[in-house]
Design a protein around this ligand. Sequence first.
Ligand code: 5FU
Length: 258
Amino acid sequence: MPELSFQERAKLCACDAGRRVFETMARKQSCLSFNPDVTTKAEILETVRQVGAECCMIKTHMDVVSDFDDDLVAQLQKLSEELDFVIFEDRKFADIGNTAMLQYEHGHHRIASWSHVTNAHIVAGPGTVEALKKVGIPLKRGCLLVAEMSSKGTLADGGPYTKAAVEQAYAHEDFVFGFVAQRRITDHAGFLTLTPGVQLQKGGDAMGQQYNTPASVMAKGADIIQVGRGILNAPDRSAAAKEFRKQSWEAYTARLAE
Ligand code: 5FU
């Protein structure tokens, strides 16, 4: 099957937030999502200002931010408009439906109120995503399912578990618009693949993370490369983000030309 462009794939995506992601990627010519995994509001905003212009998406873990407040959200939303990126809170909901729904809508972070995209594990069965959807759909939010992980020894490793994630996604296409995975796991072009565990050199960290290069993950069908420390720890973050963006966009255009 020929590879479709992100513009064409936006039309095949049944989720409002998912279409917004595909359209942002096409408009900005960026397959790069950056995660500022830092623990203060000032550091998050500083790093997003440094690299947001290169990214189609900024992925957050707000539960590690010591001084999280509503103003952080307001400033991040403002930057998302100014620099044109989608906000993705990587909350990885995993509980029974009722609890996941409460966690998504309420609590300190009120994720559904500001994050365009979130994600969920499928370990608890279909109830998790069914419940998240009740909160997310009226707000035009979208969700990715964690189908495979980048870490050593993961149980989400491409077998029946990954297949079950694909089945859940098909059942909720208006809310679920793709996967966190190490490769493309379905032929449905309206679903997007976001791949974490990416650095400019293959390798890993001391706690089980495994890294592949932008070109190698794009060749396996990634649409978005998820990069954290590869940019965060670079001497020039903006230059590093430009390089990740260039390498992944070139791999995407090469895929279109095949
Ligand atoms: F689902 C996953 C996964 O399988 N691997 C990941 O690394 C999510 N992640 C996230 O991507 C993780 O929580 C980090 O926020 C990010 C990777 O950051 P790094 O600094 O590039 O290793």
